[in-house]
Each structure stands twice: as structure tokens, then as C-alpha cells.
Design a protein around this ligand. Sequence first.
Ligand code: IDP
Length: 136
Amino acid sequence: MNERTLVLVKPDGVGKGLVGEVISRIEKKGLSLAALELRSVSRSVAEEHYAEHQGKPFYEDLLEFITSGPVVAAIVEGPRAVAAFRQIAGGTDPVDKAAPGTLRGDYGLEVQYNLVHGSDSAESAEREIKLWFPEH
Ligand code: IDP
């Protein structure tokens, strides 16, 4: 049973040269790429993507950060793809929550600059894929 998830390499991950590493870990896990694109993020896509965080103290900073430079957006596919990519990514806080061996645990230091995004449920994934890749 295949599932899809939306993965972003955020501007800090792109800036640190981690695009290849993220893709490599996705592929080594056995997941596959159904779409992959480098792009800049408009304010309106950022607002819709992070709608659930509207009103939180870090919301404005988050929008500013995600629109600050290019991101790599991908549709990743495979059995339990949502949970599988979140395992690869590690917990939200790269120091407190993400274990060593995860992307955030290995390469992240601050919660805002945690390198990657992965959808948190199959429902979020479908909503996010529609937003980022309407053609899919
Ligand atoms: P997730 O990316 O691990 O699913 P969410 O709780 O959905 O985590 O938060 C979305 C993004 O918002 C995080 O990846 C992180 O970049 C940012 N964020 C979350 N909590 C904080 C915070 O307390 N301060 C600053 N940024 C935060």
C-alpha cells in the first residue's frame, strides 16, 4: 500500500548543501521520488502551508524564513511514506527531540532552522501536495 508525503528541504538545508544528503537518505530507505523541484516560495503558498500555525509566536518568523531562499520540494512515495520520512527527519527540535542518525539530529541546531519538512499525516500530505504540486 503506497502512501505519498510532501518533503521540503528548507532554505537552511539548501544553503548548507544538504539536498543530496536528504535525497540520498530518502532513496536508501527505499522510498521513491515522484516529483522533485527547486523553487522559490511565495508568501501566499507559505501562509497556506503553515496555516495551522497562524497566531503562534513563531509564525511570522517562520513565513519570513521559508520565503528567504530557494527550497527543494518533493513528493515522496512508498509504504508508510509519511511516518518513514518523519523518522528520517527526526523530531522538530534538532537538539532536544531529534536523535543522532536523523537529518535534524545530525545537522540541525535550532528549532526554527530544522532543515526539512515532512507532512504529519496522510491527510496533510494530500493537502500539501495539492498546494505545492497542483498538477499531481
Ligand atoms: P514539524 O516540522 O516537525 O512537523 P511543526 O510543529 O509542524 O513541526 O512546526 C512547523 C515548523 O515550525 C517547524 O519545523 C519549525 O521550523 C517551526 N517551529 C516549530 N516550533 C517552533 C518554535 O517553538 N520556535 C520557532 N520555530 C518553530
